[in-house]
Design a protein around this ligand. Structure first.
Ligand code: C5P
Length: 370
């Protein structure tokens, strides 16, 4: 839960109180550089699954109805795609006023939900409609909202199990050295978060990365390609979808030195042997899950991706052109070209989480067609 406070709300209680209760800093200003650096106001609006305005004063309802963006709360209402529940709280005469009633009619006709108000004795000493619902009643309505919306549309992966590989692998040369690559793991972690948000039980097998585990995701840390294959095979039973997003080293050192290799000769050679292909191994299992691979290419993207789709016996492949600056490896943004036997779709450059959601939607669609 994230809390946004209006300037007036801060006259009643301090942001620190709500920070302590919600466990997150309270956002209150549109122009606070520190708050914007943590979670910008647009990001906050996008992040929410449900926005609850409590208490919704007559003034705030009027401003939201007018589409104003004069402070963070009204701006969030404009910028969010999430449903907005209004919990009116005002004097009974203000509530009955035609202006307030017209605002409420206009807001509800545009899809805003009205929770309350209750009727009874008011802070001003009057009696009538306009009391905010009790916090526990609002919590109950929020719980009901999420229970009803755990539907196929919001949680298309509910009841499904997804296994994802992410990040690089490290192939040891000796006890202190290794061969690896620049994969950051960001795309795989974004997929894990997106799949979990869509209701899946997610297991994430990750090479060494600097990322925190998305909430609700089971993470297994591995180092080498062989470790990754072992972890995948230990967890593959009963999985519905497998997404190979890891940048697995194609080769490993044929014999890892047991002691640190000393420098002596001007030249040295390391003998390498092929690593097992994790995707292809899983794809050859009986009762295999829906198989999705990734392909990083620098040219002839479609031809190479389609070849990989066939050769590794996959259901879908997501290709990115790593020759384009600013996307792909290590970047926060990416663009994908997704291919499956009967079709393809381009997913233009955007942040990796949005892209992960789009890719998973394609997977859901194609999985139901196969
Ligand atoms: O053949 P290439 O390495 O380009 O294939 C990339 C895809 O195959 C990615 O999905 C990657 O995770 C997977 N892969 C694998 N095991 C390997 C090599 C690649 O699962 N040893």
């Amino acid at each position: 839960m994230r809390v946004v406070m209006s300037q007036s709300a801060m006259e009643f209680i301090t942001p620190l109180t709500l920070q302590a209760l919600s466990g997150h800093p309270v956002a209150s200003s549109l122009l606070d550089p520190a708050a914007e650096a943590a979670m910008g106001h647009i990001e906050l609006a996008r992040w929410a699954d449900l926005v609850i305005i409590a208490p919704a004063t007559a003034n705030l309802l009027a401003r939201i109805n007018a589409g104003m963006a004069d402070e963070l709360i009204t701006t969030t209402c404009l910028a969010t795609e999430a449903p907005i529940a209004l919990c009116p709280a005002m004097n009974q005469q203000m509530y009955r006023n035609v202006a307030t009633q017209a605002n409420l009619t206009s807001l509800t006709s545009r899809g805003f939900t009205l929770w309350g108000p209750a009727s009874g004795s008011q802070a001003c000493g009057e009696v009538g409609p306009g009391r905010m619902l009790e916090p526990l009643e609002i919590t109950e309505l929020a719980t009901q909202f999420f229970a009803q919306n755990d539907s196929a549309e919001l949680k298309p992966l509910a009841g499904k199990s997804v296994l994802i590989t992410a990040g690089p692998t490290r192939e040891a040369i000796d006890p202190v050295r290794y061969i690896s690559n620049h994969s950051s793991g960001k795309m795989g972690f974004a997929l894990a978060k997106a799949a979990s948000d869509m209701g899946a039980a997610v297991t994430l097998v990750s090479g060494p990365v600097n990322l925190s585990t998305p909430e609700g995701v089971t993470r297994i840390d591995v180092e080498s390609a062989q470790n990754m294959l072992d972890a995948v095979m230990n967890h593959i039973d009963n999985k519905d979808i497998f997404i190979g997003c890891a940048a697995v080293a194609d080769y490993r050192i044929s014999e890892i030195a047991s002691c640190k290799i000393k420098k002596s000769a001007e030249e040295m050679q390391l003998a390498l042997v092929r690593n097992p292909d994790i995707l292809a191994t899983v794809a050859s299992l009986p009762n295999r899950p829906f198989m999705v691979g990734f392909a990083a290419e620098t040219h002839d993207v479609e031809a190479y991706a389609r070849d990989k789709l066939k050769r590794k016996n996959l259901n879908m492949i997501a290709a990115n052109d790593v020759s384009i600056a600013g996307i792909g490896f290590n970047a926060d943004a990416n663009a994908l070209r997704v291919f499956w036997p009967q079709g393809s779709q381009d997913l233009p450059a955007t942040d990796k989480l949005t892209l992960a959601r789009q890719l998973l939607s394609l997977i859901v669609k194609e999985k139901t067609n196969t």
